[in-house]
Design a protein around this ligand. Sequence first.
Ligand code: ATP
Ligand code: MG
Length: 398
Amino acid sequence: MSDSRTLLIRYDEIGLKGRNRKYFENCLLNNIKRALSGLDGLRFRVPRGRIMIDMASPLADECSRRLGFVPGIASFSVGYPVNPDFEEMAALGIELIEPHLKSGLELKFCVRTQRTDKTFHKTSTEINFEVGSRIMSAFSEKGLVVNIKQAEIAIEIEVGRGEIILFDHRIPGIRGLPVGCSGNVLSLLSGGIDSPVSSYFMMRRGCRVHFIFFDNQPFLGRGGLDKVLRLAKILNRYQTWGRVYVVPFQDIQVAIRDHCSPENRVVLYRRLMYRISQRVAEKIKCQGLVTGESLGQVASQTLENLAAVSCVVPMSVFRPLIGMDKQEIIAQSRKIQTYETSIEPSPDCCSVFMPSRPATKSRKDRLERDEAKFPWQELMQEAMDKTEVIDLDSQEGI
Ligand code: ATP
Ligand code: MG
């Protein structure tokens, strides 16, 4: 077995994008380069419809681990470069299959060849036969059987111009679109379970996601921010570069508590959060806001209340979780590895001064009447002036 490896990266969805294909390919390639930065001696190539990376074999595991975080990748394989020699290909196939054979048990296998170099002297079917029959004869009476449709192990061979790569499995990627190709959005990230999942969904649709957190430190302590930063770092693995905007929110909350109707508090907090988020989003060229709201999950997330908050901003508000139930959201948060951090106990800022009966059907006129009772524009400006920006380091936490 040679000590070099070639990683083969496939990307169906972006392959479908017609004339934009080159743009998507470049975006994905740059993201992969960023995700793999710090690993030496990688050689990147983009033959049609594929990204290939040549490397020394000890790097293959670390590269594979990191590629598992890159949106836009449909699947990838760690391949072995081989010579156009069927004996050599079969010998490698034998080496790869051997550990899977268990005495007395049948193992279904097949050889599949894809040939982009049409000048190669054998067709795909002939190559399958040449390599497959050699492997079969090595394992005669050891339980190996050919089964093309239900193969438990497939030895795949890609014959390209001037190179042949052999591999034995495909590792699923997270699919979707490469981060950055759809534009930028700003995600309202609280320390809960939902908003990290909604942020991830937007990344997977090609958005670079920056984060905004409304901090009520004097009432809740530094723990809330610390947790949000840890969540943002976990999420940043999927995009490698993003920012967190931390907005001091205590003065606004106190003013709402002191001047407005208790049942409107949560919706009023949200309206201020949305307004500030929109200003920040415009400044940093984000084209939409993202929240973790899901219809009917809590009192503030009824159709009426969602409308009462969305209407204060002219910008798109994306709610990727709107139709999901809590169990589905939890399952997704476990998958993206934010769940354990999200469930750490920490008070959330919207439950501060929580009224016992929040309104489920806020009325615009009553909300506006409440807002007229305190200088929210000034408080909003102050909060924005004191906003802190934190850069998420691309490598930290990967
Ligand atoms: P999550 O689990 O994400 O906190 P939740 O079920 O607790 O969601 P709410 O607290 O009602 O829901 O908040 C709804 C959404 O509003 C959140 O998903 C988030 O997008 C945004 N949000 C709430 N509080 C904050 C905050 N302190 N900073 C930033 N965004 C927030
Ligand atoms: Mg919350």
